[in-house]
Ligand binder design. Structure first.
Ligand SMILES: Cc1ncc(COP(=O)(O)O)c(C=O)c1O
Length: 329
């Protein structure tokens, strides 16, 4: 059964980053899940919850609005359990993710999120509307489903706690729905309130402002497109009480970080993983790591999903690197 293969992902010591920042940096490699992303965890919890509460009958349709990864997790699990999947994705979704969703058997609709997630043509609105007007459907609704946080609280967090033997001092993750940082952050703070829980979001996203002021910014600007992270509203699955600080990085420095990291390590990172790497360079003084710290970064998915976006259409990474002025890791 697919659920047996979800979670228990490795935590790998990263030599390159540890040396560069004079501390101990570990990477939680979530691309080892069956759908090759962290989002298999909430997908499983949300589907299981709906089935347990008899919200959907066998053969029904699970519906989700997704930048691709949650959609893939929902599709793989739903189909294995005898259900269908209807996934509303934004037009900015990488072609690799669309190909994976198609192969997995999802019924896909491409939507337009350029006017926000509550606009008539958005993934969120269209998914909600589809579920409301079709029988035997269930909208998993990752932005407002408590199972999203719960999945990370119950699985990702205890795994990290165990894998670091309780020595973790910093947890850093990209923030999209907020499920990962809220679930892991809540668990870690319960173990030791001094553990730093830091989020990363794209420039222009509003969660760092919200965390600081508990209000929305007066002026909203479009946020940089880094797939999977960044929002212009506060999701219900973002628990501000579990997060200490959110740092912003822009798209360009994220792309540079991806290419530099690849050049140094031979590993292609996902887009949001590269944003986390970029944040280290930009904020390392503020972060103030010591050689005794144990820093855990989440890599929610892998660079193979972003060959066309991050590593050049032709996959010619080195060419891209030469044309950008970057430091190596
Ligand atoms: C690649 C990637 N990174 C980061 C995130 C953000 O995770 P969360 O939604 O738990 O905040 C997502 C969410 O879809 C994602 O797909």
């Amino acid at each position: 059964m697919i659920s047996k293969f979800i979670g228990n992902t490795p935590l790998r010591h990263c030599e390159a980053l540890s040396t560069r920042y004079h501390t101990n940096i570990y990477i939680k490699e979530e691309f080892h899940n069956p759908g090759m992303s962290a989002k298999d965890r909430p997908a499983l919890f949300m589907i299981q919850d709906a089935i347990d509460r008899k919200k959907i009958k066998p053969g029904g349709i699970f519906v989700e609005a997704s930048s691709g990864n949650t959609g893939l997790g929902i599709t793989l699990i739903a189909r294995k359990l005898g259900y269908h999947a209807k996934i509303f994705v934004s037009q900015s979704c990488s072609k690799e993710k669309i190909a994976l969703l198609t192969k997995a058997g999802a019924d896909i609709e491409i939507c337009d999120n350029s006017n926000g997630l509550h606009d008539f043509n958005s993934t969120q609105f269209r998914a909600q509307s589809f579920a409301a007007t079709h029988p035997n459907t269930y909208f998993t609704n990752q932005y407002y489903n408590t199972q999203n946080i719960r999945a990370h609280y119950k699985t990702t967090a205890p795994e990290i706690w165990e894998q670091t033997s309780g020595n973790i001092t910093h947890f850093i993750a990209g923030v999209g729905t907020g499920g990962t940082i809220s679930g892991v952050g809540r668990f870690l703070k319960e173990q030791c309130n001094n553990i730093k829980v830091w989020g990363i979001e794209p420039a222009g996203s509003i969660l760092s402002h919200f965390l600081k002021h508990r209000t929305l910014p007066t002026f909203m600007v479009p946020f940089d497109t880094i797939e999977g992270i960044g929002r212009n509203f506060v999701p219900g699955s973002f628990d501000a009480a579990s997060v200490d600080q959110i740092f912003q990085v822009n798209c360009q420095e994220t792309k540079h970080a991806a290419i530099a990291y690849y050049s140094q390590t031979g590993i292609m990172t996902g887009f949001s993983s590269a944003a986390v790497i970029a944040s280290l360079d930009r904020y390392v003084a503020k972060m103030g790591f010591t050689p005794a710290d144990t820093v855990v970064l989440v890599f929610p998915d892998h660079g193979d999903r972003y060959i066309s976006k991050l590593y050049n259409e032709s996959g010619n990474v080195h060419q891209a690197m030469l044309s950008s002025n970057i430091t190596s890791f």
